[in-house]
Design a binder for this molecule. Structure first.
Ligand SMILES: Nc1ncnc2c1ncn2[C@@H]1O[C@H](COP(=O)(O)OP(=O)(O)OP(=O)(O)O)[C@@H](O)[C@H]1O
Ligand SMILES: [Mg+2]
Length: 246
């Protein structure tokens, strides 16, 4: 069964066609990593999946519900999706705990005590139980990103979308965030991850999608797309990522 299905998705900004007919799906419980050069449309693809951008044409289904249908309850549909961005977007004036409870209470209408219980469970999952009463500015970037992951998980999403979650982090903080994501994958979370972390993609992804200039060039298991790419464009990209400075 697919959690996400994308059919012939197109997106233009004015005259610039950024997505030129994207088709793929993410099966329930699977991890799909999207790789590709800067400007190839990876973020736009993710933003179309959660309708932060309105696709020009095509269809997006999540849990069998068509998000692109004109009659869909977009707020309800979007609640199925957890999103983690490069920038963590935490509320600076709220504690870590409050950052993780606020949407549960306001959007899901959970009573405070339940929201706090679920927040603490998820903070434990990302290894930050001791930071519940801290403010974001008192945390490292990697810790803030893990709070953002806990905040998304607390909403019980069917799917987690990650857009380069580690690329704003100092190198020594990347590992902890990837470890949390790895554990999520092992726990069976369905994940769509834009990343430049080839080690993560190779070890954790069920499938790797290589995008270039608004199309999917290759889509397959990491052993194929990363280890034995079929297309020149994929080979050149991987060479640049794996051997920067060559
Ligand atoms: N809101 C927008 N308005 C106009 N053009 C946009 C908008 N968002 C993205 N674009 C353009 O769409 C193209 C794809 O951008 P996108 O951010 O999806 O690329 P990306 O693959 O995520 O790149 P990166 O690896 O640098 O994050 C770029 O040419 C970008 O300038
Ligand atoms: Mg991007």
């Amino acid at each position: 069964m697919s959690t996400v299905e994308i059919r012939n998705l197109h997106k233009s900004f004015g005259k610039l066609e950024v997505l030129k007919g994207i088709d793929f799906s993410v099966e329930t419980g699977q991890v799909v990593c999207v790789i590709g050069p800067s400007g190839s449309g990876k973020s736009t693809l993710l933003r179309c999946v959660n309708l932060l951008e309105q696709p020009t044409s095509g269809q997006v289904f999540v849990d069998g519900i068509e998000l692109t249908h004109p009659d869909v309850d977009i707020d309800a549909a979007r609640r199925r999706l957890g999103m983690v961005f490069q920038q963590f977007n935490l509320f600076a004036h709220l504690t870590v705990l409050r950052n993780v409870t606020i949407a549960q209470e306001r959007v899901l209408k959970r009573p405070r005590a339940e929201a706090v219980r679920i927040a603490r469970e998820n903070l434990e999952k990302v290894g930050l139980s001791e930071k519940a009463e801290s403010y974001p500015a008192q945390l490292s970037g990697g810790q803030q990103q893990r709070v953002a992951i806990a905040r998304a998980l607390a909403m019980n999403p069917s799917l987690m979308l990650f857009d380069e979650p580690t690329s704003a982090l100092d190198p020594e903080l990347v590992g902890d965030v990837l470890q949390v994501m790895r554990r999520l994958a092992e726990d069976g979370m369905t994940m769509l991850v834009v990343t430049h972390e080839m080690g993560f993609a190779r070890e954790v992804a069920d499938r790797v999608v290589f995008m270039d200039q608004g199309v999917i060039v290759e889509d397959g298991p990491p052993a194929q797309v990363i280890a034995a790419p079929q297309h020149n464009r994929t080979r050149e990209f991987l060479h640049r990522v794996l051997h920067p400075g060559d």
